[in-house]
Design a protein around this ligand. Sequence first.
Ligand code: ZN
Length: 55
Amino acid sequence: PNCGLCKLCNREQETGAHIFFKCRFTIRIWKSLIERLGLAHMDTSEWHMHESFYE
Ligand SMILES: [Zn+2]
């Protein structure tokens, strides 16, 4: 069993902030949700920044 690692990406500590805002899998879900809801006017440049940071 893993000890406190995020179950989605298995790379980072499973903290609330990580799961909701920093996990690359969560970010992907957020982005698809935003696109589906037609919220393209939201500033998503930050998301890209986070994603490349964890790449
Ligand atoms: Zn994660």
